[in-house]
Design a protein around this ligand. Structure first.
Ligand SMILES: Cc1cc2nc3c(=O)[nH]c(=O)nc-3n(C[C@H](O)[C@H](O)[C@H](O)COP(=O)(O)OP(=O)(O)OC[C@H]3O[C@@H](n4cnc5c(N)ncnc54)[C@H](O)[C@@H]3O)c2cc1C
Ligand code: FES
Ligand code: FES
Length: 469
């Protein structure tokens, strides 16, 4: 039995846990404010909030319900646009949308209202940039966005740069209805037990699987793993970071210590999908999806990470991520095995990390080519190097030869130009919708050079490389 609170109503349902939350909300509960646009996580029309109990409080995150399994709602507070409504007046977010003419046909509007309400409820700093991030997964076909941006601005002004917004403050200031205050206790009372459905396809966030297989998953067994505690958590000990594969991209975004060690982490993660998707997208899903352009896979390849794999008898084995992928979408994972954790050495004072990605548009797009590097430099000599690149081979590629070539060489433009020649021999891009072979080779080169101009800006400019390459 799946149990959760939908707006102000407790739900106990024996519906199939693999059906989408969107279909449950619209067709079982007749809450039709949540719209269906793309059914691929791309437009945000189906945005809902998911509240997770953390001690005595609740953390709310926005998600796209079209690619989220109903079973992942178990034990949570799910909020649709109807659940944000006040009794006989508009909410502060709705007022802002109306006052700025931010709605025309109105199809996208519930998604924007829910996402901006989620922003008000979140712990993120209440500035304009974060408000725009919160609606990065919402598409509008009518307004041209300026009016929506103005509405977001009005919401931010109302939030007065608050870092933490209490339910009391939000209720008083008409962001959310009164009943939100009762939710933490009511969620505790539900005592959601493990759904215990250990059969079928592993599903974590569902953001890869549901784009392709939503109908199939709605009719077949699904093994939901997003809430498994043994796959959760981020720990840092002696500069070794271990991350449970259920950690989402947002979990990394929100991790204070990791962000202090990797100061550009948020800049890099901002290039990964949209806030709604980052809230669901797990690292395990990214690794096991084995897409040649998986951003997190490219990221962790350059950290020369190890992955811990767990079998059905709870035995563990460890594999270097760079040896995990064998061919297009094939890898070293047996039936019933689960990716448990990923671990890697964090940068030291002599080592530097960078991630680059080029897509057709900056946000909410998959890469044409992406690349990462973790390089150690001591006495102007490269002592360690790990370079990865995506979109130029059948697998997310660790550049074994290029990485080995760099080690022991002086950090000069000549070394980098020569290393690019090695890189070009290691990659084998094909022409497809993301670009031609030549274009991807050019991107591979430019991103490789960009690592060095970004990490060592005083030493290199792009001209140092391009004129001679
Ligand atoms: C709109 C949209 C935008 C996106 N943008 C990006 C982007 O910019 N960059 C990017 O890299 N990706 C992007 N993605 C893809 C996707 O979000 C990521 O790959 C995500 O990390 C997948 O995680 P998940 O938890 O949703 O995976 P799921 O869909 O739950 O699972 C994916 C696969 O992994 C398997 N799996 C999951 N967890 C484990 C585990 N622990 N052990 C073994 N197998 C497991 C599942 O069985 C399945 O085969 C996007 C997707 C959408 C819908
Ligand atoms: S319907 Fe478009 S994101 Fe869900
Ligand atoms: S108002 Fe029409 S899609 Fe946004």
């Amino acid at each position: 039995m799946i149990a959760f609170i939908l707006n102000n109503k407790t739900i106990k349902t024996s519906e199939h846990s693999g059906m989408t939350l969107l279909d449950f909300v619209r067709y079982q509960q007749r809450l039709t404010g949540t719209k269906i646009g793309c059914r691929e996580g791309d437009c945000g029309a189906c945005t809902l909030l998911v509240g997770t109990l953390k001690g005595d409080t609740i953390e709310y995150q926005s998600i796209t319900s079209c690619i989220s399994p109903l079973g992942n709602a178990h034990g949570k507070h799910i909020v649709t646009v109807e659940g944000t409504n006040l009794k006989d007046k508009l909410t502060t977010v709705q007022v802002a949308m109306k006052a700025n003419y931010a709605t025309q046909c109105g199809f996208c509007t519930p998604g924007f209202v829910v996402a901006l309400t989620g922003f008000a409820l979140s712990n993120s700093d209440k500035n304009y940039s974060n408000a725009i991030d919160a609606i990065s997964g919402n598409i509008c076909r009518c307004t041209g966005y300026k009016a929506i941006e103005k509405a977001a601005h009005q919401v931010v002004e109302k939030l007065e740069n608050k870092t933490e917004t209490t339910f009391d403050w939000l209720i008083e200031n008409q962001f959310i209805p009164e009943y939100f205050k009762s939710i933490p206790q009511r969620l505790k009372d539900i005592e959601a037990k493990d759904l215990n459905q250990p059969k079928g396809k592993y599903v974590s966030g569902g953001t890869d699987l549901y784009v392709q297989q939503a109908d199939h998953l709605a009719d077949n067994d699904v093994h939901l793993i997003a809430e498994k505690d043994y796959l959760k958590g981020v720990s840092i000990e002696n500069r070794v970071c271990t991350i449970g594969t259920n950690a989402t991209v947002s979990d990394l975004w929100n991790h204070t210590e990791l962000n202090s060690i990797l100061p550009n982490l948020r800049k890099h993660l901002k290039l990964v999908s949209s806030e709604q998707i980052r809230n669901m997208a797990s690292l395990g899903g990214n690794l096991a999806n084995a897409s040649p352009i998986g951003d997190m896979t490219i990221f962790f390849l350059a950290f020369n990470s190890n992955i811990t794999i767990l079998n059905s008898e709870e035995k563990e084995r460890t594999v270097a991520l760079k040896n995990f992928y064998q061919g297009y979408k094939t890898y070293d994972l047996n039936d019933g095995e689960l990716l448990k954790a990923i671990s890697f050495n964090l940068p030291t004072e002599h080592s530097f990390f960078n991630f680059e990605k080029v897509c057709k548009r900056t946000h909410l797009d998959i890469a044409s080519v992406n690349s990462a590097i973790h390089i150690s430099v001591e006495n102007e000599t490269i002592s360690k190097a790990h370079v990865s690149i995506g979109g130029v081979a059948a697998i997310p590629k660790y550049l074994h030869k290029t990485s080995a070539f760099l080690i022991g060489k002086p950090l000069t433009s000549e070394t980098i130009i020569e290393a690019n020649e090695m890189l070009q021999k290691e990659i084998s891009p094909i022409s497809d919708v993301r670009g031609t072979t030549d274009y991807k080779r050019l991107l591979g080169r430019q991103l490789f050079f960009a690592h060095f101009t970004t990490l060592f800006p005083k030493q290199f400019t792009l001209n140092d490389f391009v004129q001679h390459a």
